[in-house]
Design a protein around this ligand. Structure first.
Ligand SMILES: O=C(O)c1ccccc1NCC(=O)[C@H](O)[C@H](O)COP(=O)(O)O
Length: 215
């Protein structure tokens, strides 16, 4: 029997989001540090939220092309288990960040067409995990969290030598089909469990995780 699907709830903004995600069975919680995002939070808020997360649930900080000064501040202020790199970080930069901070790194790769897939192989050589996300639409002001799905058939049957998460436009209604089609054992969601951008909904989080784990 295969292990239960693990779910990451990304972009938590309120203290109450932590017990909502934890009691629903999340395996990862994600904090966004990107000022243009409606989910962006300050370091103090992130630290207060992170201290509420029980042992065994991974606290992930998401940054976009962050420099060392930003990452130094972040890792000094917030207890973290993983860094998620969601910008144009090169494989060399991924390696440098892993070494400098001693934390596992998950590299996000945006997928829209088959031409985007070789990037996943490239980053699988340096990152600890991959986040297989939808490529942002042209003109989007953020590289993720856009409630946009890609064609899951593009990665049906594909596997990488490191653990990976499926992301992009997932909802309580479509997550079971996405898992069935792609074979993903880890799932990431943000917009699909929100009542409005940046506002997580405890009921939607429960419904999402239940649907993911039942599939
Ligand atoms: O969520 C954001 O606002 C965000 C901003 C900047 C970079 C990345 C961002 N989100 C990345 C995530 O991990 C999301 O959970 C992932 O893209 C899926 O988002 P959604 O389609 O909204 O479920």
């Amino acid at each position: 029997m295969s292990a239960e699907v693990k779910v990451k709830i990304c972009g938590l903004t309120q203290l109450a989001d932590i017990p909502a995600a934890v009691s629903a069975g999340a395996a990862y919680v994600g904090f966004v540090f990107f000022p243009k995002s409606p989910r962006n939070i300050e370091l103090d808020r992130a630290r207060d939220m992170a201290t509420l997360v029980p042992e065994g649930i991974a606290k992930v900080a998401l940054t976009v092309d962050a420099d060392n000064a930003m990452l130094d501040m972040l890792t000094d202020s917030v207890p973290l288990d993983m860094l998620q790199l969601h910008g144009h970080e090169t494989p060399e930069r991924v390696t440098e960040i892993k070494k400098r901070y001693g934390l596992p790194v998950m590299k996000a790769v945006g997928v829209a067409t088959a031409e985007d897939l070789p990037q996943l192989d490239t980053y699988a050589r340096v990152a600890d995990q991959l986040l297989v996300d939808a490529k942002p639409p042209k003109g989007a002001d953020r590289p993720g969290g856009n409630a946009l799905a890609f064609d899951w058939k593009l990665i049906a049957g594909r596997r990488w030598p490191v653990p990976w998460m499926l992301a992009g436009g997932l909802t309580p209604e479509n997550v079971a089909q996405a898992i069935q089609l792609t074979g993903a054992r880890q799932i990431d969601v943000s917009s699909g469990v929100e009542s409005e951008p940046g506002v997580k909904d405890a009921k939607m989080i429960r419904a999402f995780i239940k649907a993911a784990k039942c599939s």
